[in-house]
Design a binder for this molecule. Structure first.
Ligand SMILES: Cc1cc2nc3c(=O)[nH]c(=O)nc-3n(C[C@H](O)[C@H](O)[C@H](O)COP(=O)(O)OP(=O)(O)OC[C@H]3O[C@@H](n4cnc5c(N)ncnc54)[C@H](O)[C@@H]3O)c2cc1C
Ligand SMILES: NC(=O)C1=CN([C@@H]2O[C@H](COP(=O)(O)OP(=O)(O)OC[C@H]3O[C@@H](n4cnc5c(N)ncnc54)[C@H](OP(=O)(O)O)[C@@H]3O)[C@@H](O)[C@H]2O)C=CC1
Ligand SMILES: O=C(O)C(=O)Cc1c[nH]c2ccccc12
Length: 411
């Protein structure tokens, strides 16, 4: 893989693993490795830690699972944080986490290509500035690496602003506007709620079925209730109890145009990865008519949209709450471990390890809980291999001199 182009780049040999992505997943692996005395290098495309949280989420975002389900390995949230920490609190936790384990990613390094070179038995990882090599490659670029922009007929004709939720900050820019929100996952629901607080008129497209659960039920989180019940009862029974609890708390959501899937909420999450909506107030605004539920869009026009039921309406703006996708297929070459959608083919709990020193963290569709699970496993596995190669190493003698530069650039 040493083409002329790559010879112009610095060549850097990393003695520990290369981790791609400085989100919660990449940081968790680096922390668990550092705790075991193994150095690593994180390559991050942006200029900050947890860039999804810092740059691509809305102001009002809070964790929607209780904090103890969102902890990274080896460090608890501060005790004074509320049950559902805000985005700012989560970011400050991530920053303290990196500081505590002395993790210093190499920022502004977009991994453009990574491949395994069989002869030396090394991963070659190319960014815009350098070529890194290592025995191990940890993929931590996330399930939410890129926005999904759907190919809706006519979308390009629309004359008003079209924004994906990853670029939405607050409803202040949409005050008194009629907004079409495409998608009814957690993002779609929460953006509609935020828009209402800024006095705009959200119309939310629901093209399919969706599970909505109350975030809390009599002071207990629905997610926590489900996790506890799953220790003793079968999944189908727990799902039925969740549906009963949802009915008692939210009423019959089918009547609001939110049809429920036939499969229960946790089973559906496990099988397809589709996250149930955890309601933090959107349902009552649908009930009161402040958020309108619309059918699937047939086409977008210059000034609005036509719907499959024949309705036609004008809108000032469109917000695409259409979800995210992995970007692994764009940069990881010749790899049969991932699907063409960039998710590991091996299902949870075994999707964290591939072949030839390849690992993946944060692709379990189980949020930060899944990240913590993967990170611990990966660090154990790499440490075993590391010790066979290098002998034991204590965290006190880990230093930053674990990269060796071969600079072809400075001629
Ligand atoms: C709005 C929103 C709210 C969420 N809330 C919760 C929640 O409350 N609880 C929960 O458990 N989960 C939640 N999630 C799920 C979310 O996936 C996790 O919180 C978490 O951010 C996953 O961490 P990660 O490190 O795997 O991915 P990310 O946080 O996406 O980090 C991946 C990093 O990789 C970098 N990267 C990507 N491609 C490249 C490349 N080619 N080269 C170099 N760097 C690259 C990115 O810039 C990014 O910094 C939420 C997701 C969203 C979108
Ligand atoms: N507070 C929190 O913690 C929050 C957490 N999140 C998490 O972030 C992740 C991403 O959530 P989100 O951004 O909501 O994405 P999701 O993938 O969960 O939802 C995408 C939505 O867009 C719809 N959609 C996609 N394409 C089209 C189309 N062409 N026309 C109409 N509808 C379309 C989907 O419908 P269909 O089902 O028919 O495909 C679905 O309703 C989830 O894991 C979520 O839980 C998000 C926001 C807040
Ligand atoms: O917030 C997310 O996206 C998550 O994936 C967290 C999560 C993991 N398992 C769940 C089950 C029900 C609702 C949310 C989650």
């Amino acid at each position: 893989m040493s083409s002329c182009l790559e010879e112009k780049h610095s060549r850097i040999f990393v003695t520990g693993p290369i981790i791609v992505g400085a989100g919660p997943s990449g940081l968790s692996v680096a922390a668990c490795l550092s705790n075991r005395g193994v150095p690593s290098v994180i390559l991050e495309r942006t200029d900050c830690l947890a860039s999804l949280w810092q740059k691509r989420t809305y102001d009002r975002l809070k964790l929607h699972l209780p904090k103890h389900f969102c902890e990274l390995p080896l460090m608890k949230f501060p005790r004074n944080f509320p049950r559902y920490p805000s985005k700012q609190q989560f970011i400050s936790y991530v920053e303290s986490y990196a500081a505590r384990f002395n993790i210093k990613p190499v920022f502004n390094q977009t991994v453009e290509k990574a491949e395994f070179d069989v002869a030396p038995g090394l991963w070659t990882v190319k960014t815009q500035d350098a070529v890194y090599s290592s025995t191990w490659l940890v993929v931590a670029t996330g399930e939410n690496a890129e926005p999904v922009i759907p190919d809706i007929p006519g979308l390009k004709k629309f004359t008003g602003p079209v924004v994906h939720t990853s670029a939405y900050k607050s409803g202040s820019e949409f005050a008194n506007r009629k907004v079409l929100v495409v998608g009814c996952g957690n993002s779609g629901m929460e953006v509609c709620l935020d828009l209402c607080r800024y006095n705009s008129l959200p119309h939310m497209v629901v093209r399919n079925s969706v599970h909505v659960l109350p975030r809390d039920f009599f002071g207990l989180s629905s997610f926590g209730i489900a996790m506890t019940l799953l220790k003793w009862f079968p999944l189908k029974l727990v799902d039925n109890l969740l549906l009963l609890l949802a009915y008692l708390s939210l009423g019959n959501t089918d009547r609001l145009g939110l049809r429920r899937p036939k499969t229960g909420p946790i089973e559906l999450k496990n099988v397809t990865g589709k996250t149930p909506v955890l309601d933090v107030g959107a349902i009552s605004l649908i009930q009161s008519g402040q958020i309108r539920v619309m059918q699937a869009v047939k086409e977008i026009t210059k000034k609005g949209a036509k719907f499959v039921n024949g309705q036609e309406m004008e809108f000032d703006s469109i917000i695409l709450a259409t979800g995210y996708k992995s970007n692994v297929p764009y940069w990881l070459k010749d790899n049969s471990f991932f699907t063409k959608e960039g998710m590991p083919k091996t299902p949870f709990p075994n999707g964290w390890k591939g072949e030839n020193g390849l690992y993946t963290v944060g692709f379990t569709r189980r949020g930060l809980l899944g990240t913590a699970f993967d990170a611990v496993k990966i660090a154990e596995d790499i440490t075993d291999h590391w010790m066979k190669m290098n002998g034991p190493l204590s965290s006190s003698n880990v230093c930053s001199s674990h990269i060796i530069h071969f600079d072809f650039n400075k001629s």
